[in-house]
Design a protein around this ligand. Structure first.
Ligand code: ADP
Ligand code: ASP
Ligand code: MG
Length: 814
């Protein structure tokens, strides 16, 4: 005997029922077959809703029943040939009339008992079995359609009845012996108690019906036909990359289904496991796919973890207090109190200090669990030995399952790493010593991210997906997106990095695509994107809560710089070209550094100083390896260097500044460069990175620009510079007369920093600096006389973008 069970989506429409008929016909050629069917997809939910509406006095239940009837009648008309249609139609009508009568009495009484609800739900499977049988009739297959309530005996625990296997097995065996047929069609899910009242086996229980029959008939195989190609490495609705598990042990399948893999109703395993009956999970809509084979000892594969699953709607209950330490009996009383209230405990942890016991239960049970526990410990709570039960809702359990986990160290290490690096906070953890299942409790909003991160870590080790949100689409942002687009294939091939730009924003609009934006056309996509401010974009980042998120700030905006703490504390890395945060008040800079450490989220800003040059990285390497920075001398403004290299008093200073702006070397407001403020920010950042606690006001700025130039708009600034031309000529001529070059130099010595114009002679490192070059001289304990020099182009969109790119690569290594 072989048992085939078809789920709700397999029998959803006449067309899919035809497909089921085809599969049954093929099976019947191999030998006698039992076919177990679910209700037409969605019917059980609709029946429950109709019952609830009727019980609460809403006449709308009639409408719902009408829809249910219509759906079944239409399917019947399509399935049966006109000649034999009338008997099928009258059977369907008869069932629907009975259903209506039942609902009318629920309406009249204004009450829906669990017993009545079971009777109500049974109509779904009773009807679908008729429709499937009708298709076998058309195919001329010898079959019988029988009511499972006459075969499967349970207790009277309506809604989730317990099977009396002795009676059931006897009834099933006797029936089959006395009624030889090629195919038996039986409704799943439903059974009856000793008094003949209809019971059900729990939601999703048709799988269980099939397993009970497989056990009773010692079947060769149990096949569960559904809408996916097997039990998968994770819920395919949560993880796009999930894939079918070809072979799995009974134990592993049981753990996965207990922890949420809906594809198999958990009790299904036991009856087949006891007898070693192989269980196959197959796809009705892709029957050629291999599917999953559940068996005693599947062959080993390279993977340590077999699958992942999750259960939502979890609440944690924590009993704690000094009065529990070292005194036996507290856990027994806690569990007894919960058991009295029929609260099912899903996960338990207790620290070895015995100061607290923590259990996870379904949220629906939380209120009665709390009442029962506080009641049980009323005396201890009153005398302060134990605290009132602490309840924490909005949680979910995520589980790793695999029998091989016990032989491999570091599975939990990888789990913690993957979750920790993504800002997923673990509220509780449970790992039995058999190590077949490691479960963690996380917040509901983190489930999707957690499962994806873990899937990537355990099943897709070859590639790592990185999700970028880029704010700012000016010169640097534009170049960065261009470079990312060009490098994508390289990163995937050589570094196994799948870098996706999932969000782009400027100050007016933003665009988002979870699969990654098409980078060749990001401008059009953004132009048609949503209108919205930074807060809206941040909300998207928060709501999507994607793994390996990197927030890239290529703006010069203070508002953007203020949102880093929230991002870092969610585990998102921040890569900033924007130097406002690094040069803000010291406490803010320190807060960001602390959050970065605390949440394991990178905060990188190499391009704040010297664009793409490795200046901050070099300084960090020096200090981390124990060197001591004594002095820094630096030309840090590409703009000012460009200006002083091009100005020789033959054309106005203002023109040279404008050229620098036109060629994209200046800040959006060039006064930030000319006033020395931008350089002051940079030396402040270097001093801080060298370990000095300085504020912006501690940086001495010997400005060379007359104060009058700083007033009014940018246009006023250019005009005033033109007026001040004699001042600039004088500066130039004095230096030239002494054979020197003008350089705007930043200095850091003995914990103090200053910026100002300096005339340097031919023997100085800065004399021959070309174009927009930057140079930094590090004098340290290890480089006391001949400094370590970093030199090169220190401005320009292309080099800055490549520096941001390098920081992104560093952040991916976290
Ligand atoms: P049926 O109606 O055939 O009984 P179900 O809806 O009960 O089907 O179960 C199949 C569904 O289970 C799939 O469509 C899938 O969305 C979901 N599912 C959740 N976890 C898993 C998993 N690990 N593997 C396969 N499917 C899963
Ligand atoms: N029809 C029932 C349900 O929806 C049983 C099943 O489909 O397995 O829960
Ligand atoms: Mg199911």
């Amino acid at each position: 005997m072989q048992i085939l069970k078809f789920g709700g989506s397999s029998v959803a429409t006449a067309a899919t029922i035809q497909q089921v008929g085809e599969l049954v016909a093929q099976a019947a050629q191999r030998g006698p077959t039992v076919v177990v069917v679910s209700a037409l997809g969605g019917t059980t939910d609709a029946l429950i809703m109709a019952g609830q509406q009727a019980a609460s006095g809403h006449e709308s239940y009639r409408q719902l029943l009408q829809t249910i009837e219509q759906r079944h009648l239409e399917a019947a008309k399509e399935l049966a040939p006109v000649t034999s249609q009338s008997s099928l139609l009258s059977r369907v009508k008869q069932e629907c009339n009975d259903l209506e009568t039942l609902c009318d009495s629920v309406f009249a009484l204004g009450e829906l008992s669990v017993r009545t609800l079971d009777r109500l739900m049974s109509f779904g499977e009773l009807l679908s079995a008729r429709l499937v049988a009708a298709n076998l009739q058309v195919r001329g297959i010898d079959h019988v359609c029988h009511d499972s309530r006459e075969l499967i005996r349970t207790n009277s625990n309506f809604g989730n009845a317990l099977v009396d296997f002795q009676t059931t097995n006897r009834q099933v065996q006797t029936y089959v012996r006395n009624h030889p047929h090629a195919v038996y069609v039986l409704p799943g899910f439903i059974a009856s108690d000793a008094q003949g009242a209809t019971t059900t086996l729990g939601r999703g229980g048709s799988d269980y019906t099939a397993a009970i029959l497989a056990g009773a008939l010692e079947a060769e195989v149990l096949e569960i036909w559904t809408d996916v190609s097997g039990m998968m490495t994770a819920d395919p609705r949560l993880v796009r990359q999930a894939r079918p598990i070809p072979r799995i042990s009974y134990q592993e399948a049981m753990e996965l289904s207990h922890f949420g893999a809906k594809v198999l109703y958990p009790p299904t395993i036991q009856p087949v496991r006891q007898r070693g009956i192989p269980l196959l999970i197959k796809n009705t809509f892709a029957p050629a796919d291999e599917g999953t084979r559940v068996e005693v000892a599947p062959p080993a594969t390279g993977e340590v973890v077999r699958g992942l699953s999750s259960i939502g709607q979890i609440t944690l209950l924590r009993l704690e207090g000094g009065g529990m330490v070292g005194i036996p009996g507290f856990s027994m009383r806690l569990f007894a109190a919960l058991a009295r209230e029929k609260v099912n405990v899903i996960l338990i942890t207790q620290s070895s200090s015995e100061y607290s016991i923590c259990v996870a239960v379904r949220t629906a049970d939380a209120v009665s669990a709390k009442a029962a526990t506080d009641d049980e410990f009323a005396f201890e709570i009153g005398s302060g030995k134990v605290e009132p039960l602490v309840v924490e809702a909005d949680l979910a359990i995520v589980a790793l399952v695999g029998e091989k986990m016990k032989d491999h160290p570091n599975v939990s290490g990888r789990l913690f790493n993957a979750l920790g690096n993504n800002g997923v906070n673990i509220r509780a953890i449970a790992q039995g010593s058999s190590e077949k299942n490691i479960s963690v409790v996380v917040r509901t909003q983190d489930v999707r991210k957690a499962i994806n991160v873990l899937h990537e870590s355990f099943f897709e080790v070859q590639t790592k997906q990185v999700n970028l949100f880029v704010v700012g689409t000016g010169n640097v942002g534009g170049k960065l997106l261009e470079q990312l687009s060009r490098q994508r294939a390289y990163l995937l091939r050589h570094l196994r990095l799948q870098v996706r730009v999932v969000g782009v924003a400027n100050s007016r609009r933003f665009a988002f695509a979870e699969q990654g934006l098409e980078l060749s056309s990001w401008r059009d996509t953004l132009a048609q994107g949503e209108e919205g401010k930074l807060a809206d974009f941040l909300q998207v980042i928060k709501n999507r809560n994607l793994r390996n998120t990197i927030f890239v700030d290529v703006t010069a905006s203070g508002e953007v710089a203020r949102c880093y703490p929230e991002l870092l504390s969610r585990g998102a890395a921040v890569v900033a070209c924007n130097k406002i945060a690094g040069s803000a008040e010291l406490s803010y800079y320190q807060q960001l550094k602390r959050l970065s450490r605390e949440f394991g989220a990178s905060f990188l800003f190499e391009t704040n100083v010297g664009a793409g040059l490795p200046i901050i990285g070099t300084l960090n390497d020096l200090t981390r390896s124990g060197d001591e920075v004594q002095r820094i001398e630096a030309v840090l403004s590409g703009t000012l260097n460009f200006v002083f290299n091009h100005y020789d008093a033959s054309r106005p200073f203002a023109d040279v500044v404008r050229q620098a702006q036109d060629e994209g070397y200046t800040e959006p407001d060039p006064r930030l460069d000319l006033s020395g403020v931008d350089v002051a920010r940079k030396i402040l950042i270097l001093a801080r990175e060298a370990g000095q606690e300085l504020e912006m006001s501690d940086i001495e700025n010997e400005a060379f620009l007359p104060a009058s130039c700083m007033e009014g708009s940018v246009e006023d600034f250019y005009q005033e510079m033109a007026h001040q031309e004699p001042h600039f000529q004088r500066l130039y001529r004095e230096a030239a007369a002494a054979g020197k070059q003008l350089r705007f130099v930043a200095r850091y010595t003995d914990g103090a920093a200053a910026v100002g114009l300096q005339a340097v002679g031919p023997d100085h490192d800065f004399y021959s600096l070309q174009g927009k070059d930057n140079a930094v001289l590090f004098y340290t304990a290890r480089y006391p006389e001949q400094p370590l020099v970093v030199k090169g182009a220190g401005a320009g969109a292309d080099v800055t973008a490549s520096g941001v790119f390098a920081d992104i690569m560093r952040a991916t290594r976290q």
